[in-house]
Design a protein around this ligand. Structure first.
Ligand SMILES: [Zn+2]
Ligand SMILES: [Zn+2]
Ligand SMILES: [Zn+2]
Length: 557
């Protein structure tokens, strides 16, 4: 099929469906989308909430629980132990499909009755205040916490150990305040780095050890602000600039920032790729319009996926294949679904575990061949599902993700508000719901952070502080104090939410711009300015000097 230009049914912007895309949609059995990729991503993000948490009673036992759902939501919310207990069965809520009514309406009715788990902490131990947590242990306040041990405070931290206050950290240990860092250890305040160790304040470095405040270096050691120094000079610098003084951290990062204005930036961050577009892509082949993909093949429109194969439109996913319009799920054949783990062939379902062949289900565990939580035989299921799909085609629902009116969140409660921030006025103007009373603990402080010194947990454990930025109360746990002591770091003066927001603010938005290489030098095998064109997330008005792959490789050695 020929490529086709379409106007997005939500934002009216033009988007193109390429001929390859049609083959994918045909294979997966869905029509071409009616919304542009960004509007599809935003719509999916509406069903997800990582960190807006409420204290409320469990709908079963009445005991106080932490939950990502406000008490006003219609569905019952249980503690994790209650939800995973064997004394209830989500099949009790099963309903017949009604061919006289739209599917989404019927799903919403089911969804408003089936109990949900306040926080999703699956196959994990001792992970307090973590949400969307899988196969982890001894973690605290990590949102999107996969295969971790001893990690505190972070978002999208996967396969890591002993790391704190990180965003998009992968296969790393002993990292602090790092963003988009992978395969590294003992890194402090680093961003867009791969395979580095024992360093502070690096940006876009690979294979570097014992470096400080450097930008765009490869396989170097003992460099400070991109200058080679001796081992002795390096140690002298560390001695003169202890990190326990925040002014020294500020100095290192401000010098690094100055370097970023003169050192070229790659048009995308990534490595070991063949034919890819997007940003932060690694170990991938034929992956396009992808953002934060750790490995993948033949996929498109992925956003924060560990391994993405033959899939489109997936975000916050682990290792997936043949999936479409899906969040926080794995591994195979999952379409239009959210939070479906260790399952395959699942369509329009949420919160289902260890199941196969489900359509329109909620809260099922170890079930096969169910529709709207009702059990069918294999034969009945295979006969009924195509009829429901035909019905959904007639109502215009087939091929669309759950509408935002089905989502239990307002704009500022959900992940969409975290990744695509809008002011209250903007959100209301665009027709989104807004929540005014998001709770925050305030006014309980009994100590001032500036009066504290040293790393004595006994002196800190009963203290409550007020964030110097938003006044929200925060406290310390023993593990984090040990971490600050290990690296001689200052105690944070801001709460987790402000620290997280500051890291989120450094991200480059997941947009793509068609641009020309900014290399003007008479080198790199071109005479005069380079004419290579590419897709990049760096908007044309940004200050970074963005180079094509060839010029960047020639420049960065
Ligand atoms: Zn749109
Ligand atoms: Zn704060
Ligand atoms: Zn170039």
């Amino acid at each position: 099929m020929q490529s086709e230009n379409k106007a997005c049914a939500k934002c009216q912007s033009q988007f193109t469906i390429e001929s390859d895309d049609f083959s994918f949609y045909q294979k997966i059995g869905v029509p071409a989308p009616t919304l542009c990729p960004t509007c599809r991503l935003k719509r999916r993000m509406f069903v997800r909430n990582f960190r807006t948490l409420y204290k409320r009673p469990s709908s079963k036992s009445g005991k106080a629980i932490i939950s990502m759902y406000h008490e006003e939501q219609p569905f019952p919310v249980l503690s994790m132990e209650e939800w995973y207990a064997d004394d209830w069965d989500a099949l009790e809520y099963g309903k017949d499909f009604d061919f006289s009514r739209p599917f989404f309406e019927q799903y919403k009715e089911l969804d408003s009755m089936v109990p949900r788990c306040g926080l999703i902490v699956n196959n994990s131990v001792d992970c307090g205040y973590c949400n969307l947590c899988n196969r982890s242990s001894n973690c605290y306040f990590v949102f999107g916490c996969i295969d971790n041990e001893y990690c505190d405070y972070g978002h999208s931290v996967w396969n890591c150990r002993e790391s704190m206050d990180c965003l998009f950290l992968f296969r790393s240990e002993y990292c602090y305040e790092c963003i988009n860092v992978l395969e590294s250890n003992n890194l402090l305040y680093c961003q867009e780095c791969e395979s580095c160790a024992e360093s502070i304040g690096l940006f876009d470095c690979r294979g570097c050890v014992n470096c400080i405040g450097c930008v765009g270096l490869r396989n170097k050691s003992y460099c400070i602000f991109n200058q080679q120094v001796t081992r002795e000079e390096y140690q002298q610098f560390l001695k003169e600039h202890p990190l326990s003084d925040p002014a020294n951290i500020e100095y290192i990062l401000s010098e690094q920032k100055k370097l970023r204005q003169i050192v070229p930036t790659p048009h995308l961050f990534g490595s070991h790729n063949i034919d890819v577009s997007g940003n932060y892509i690694y170990n991938a082949k034929n992956v396009h319009s992808g953002f934060n993909i750790k490995s993948g093949e033949n996929s498109k429109f992925g956003f924060i996926v560990r391994k993405m194969v033959e899939s489109y439109d997936c975000n916050f996913c682990l290792d997936i294949e043949n999936c479409y319009e899906t969040l926080f799920s794995q591994p195979n054949g999952i379409r239009f679904s959210h939070l479906v783990l260790d399952s395959s062939d699942i369509t329009y379902s949420q919160f289902c575990l260890n199941s196969n062949h489900l359509f329109g289900c909620a809260g099922l565990r170890k079930k096969d061949y169910c529709i709207l939580n009702k059990q069918y035989t294999k034969e009945e299921y295979e006969e009924l599902v195509p009829k429901i799909i035909e019905h959904m085609k007639s109502t215009g629902e087939w091929g669309e993700f759950f509408p935002i009116t089905n989502a239990p969140y307002a704009y500022n409660e959900s992940t969409v508000g975290e990744y695509f921030p809008l002011s209250r006025e903007e959100a209301l103007e665009q027709g989104y719901a807004w929540k005014d009373d998001i709770p925050a603990m305030l006014g309980q402080e009994n100590a001032r952070i500036e009066d504290m010194s040293g790393y004595d947990f006994a002196a800190l454990k009963d203290k409550i502080f007020a964030c110097t930025s938003c006044s929200r109360n925060y406290r310390f746990i023993e593990h984090e104090i040990g971490f600050y002591r290990r690296f001689n770091l200052p105690l944070p003066i801001k709460c987790f939410f402000c620290r997280h927001q500051a890291r989120m603010d450094t991200r480059i938005p997941p947009d793509l711009y068609h641009r020309t290489c900014m290399c003007r030098e008479d080198t790199h095998s071109h005479k005069g300015a380079c004419v290579n064109e590419f897709e990049t997330s760096y908007a044309p008005e940004r200050a970074e000097i963005v180079y094509c792959e060839k010029c960047y490789q020639a420049e960065i050695v």
